[in-house]
Design a protein around this ligand. Structure first.
Ligand SMILES: [Zn+2]
Length: 255
């Protein structure tokens, strides 16, 4: 994610300062002096000037007083400000996104930056499929046709499996609702496991499918089964062609 990349330079640099042995507070080569720059006496560029600039250019800028002594407290405080800057930016990105529906449905009391249990799913391909699902980076028509030129309207990104008019091929429809026989076996296997684990999930599946998916991702006994189902569906997407609406047909629909 861009914000993480943008934050990597200041984070690495500040961590290097923090790791320096006492009492110099800055590692060898990071000492204050004539290399501090555009803010130094010499006026030359330096690592400290670059750090100050990088922090100020973040989507949520971080203040860093380059005239203050490089103490442990200063660097620790700056690292915490940097973490809060990233959390604030990620929250804003989630709030503004029209695509990250599953992540947006996640309970707000959960920390924004924490290691999630689904990252421990042992099967690499299935773990990757689940991460793609959460990041809305899936092979489903709702995502693939969004990038087409000219843009295909969302309501015309028809499900390739059931081809029903009005059935948009999105995460909820394909993983939980599509009547196609091609998806039935994998879905029923996943549902049987989920409902055996928590019978009340049948209600959230019927009434709040996004909530059901979020609960499945967050449940350590279910997430691997959801990842397996997701991986199966994504593999099918590679063998079943998408439904493509011809331009003249699209024009008739819009007329
Ligand atoms: Zn369908």
């Amino acid at each position: 994610m861009a914000s993480a990349i943008q934050a990597s330079f200041p984070c690495t640099t500040i961590s290097s300062i923090r790791a320096a042995p006492a009492p110099c507070a800055a590692p060898c080569g990071f000492g204050r002096g004539s290399d501090i720059g555009p803010f130094s006496d010499s006026g030359r560029a330096s690592w400290l000037g670059n750090l100050h600039l990088a922090l100020s250019k973040l989507p949520v800028p971080v203040q860093f007083d380059i005239t203050a002594p490089l103490t442990t407290e200063l660097t620790e405080g700056c690292l915490e400000e940097l973490r809060l800057s990233l959390v604030s930016h990620l929250k804003q990105q989630l709030a503004d996104s029209h695509r990250l529906t599953i992540l947006k449905a996640r309970p707000h009391q959960r920390a924004t930056l924490e290691r999630r249990a689904y990252l421990t799913i042992s099967d690499r391909e299935q773990r990757f499929a689940l991460c793609r699902l959460l990041a809305s980076d899936s092979p489903l028509a709702v995502e693939v046709l969004r990038r087409r030129t000219p843009l295909v309207p969302r309501e015309q990104r028809t499900c390739r499996f059931c081809e029903r008019q009005g059935s948009v091929e999105d995460e909820i429809h394909v993983l939980l609702l599509c009547p196609s026989e091609q998806l039935r076996q994998s879905r029923e296997r996943f549902m049987a496991t989920a409902f055996a684990r928590q019978p009340l999930w049948r209600i959230s599946w019927e009434r709040m499918p996004e909530r059901f998916l979020v609960d499945g991702v967050g449940d350590e006994n279910i997430m691997a089964h959801l990842a397996e189902h997701t991986h199966t569906v994504f593999q099918l997407c590679e063998t079943v062609p998408m439904v493509v609406v011809a331009p003249e047909e699209q024009a008739q629909t819009e007329a």
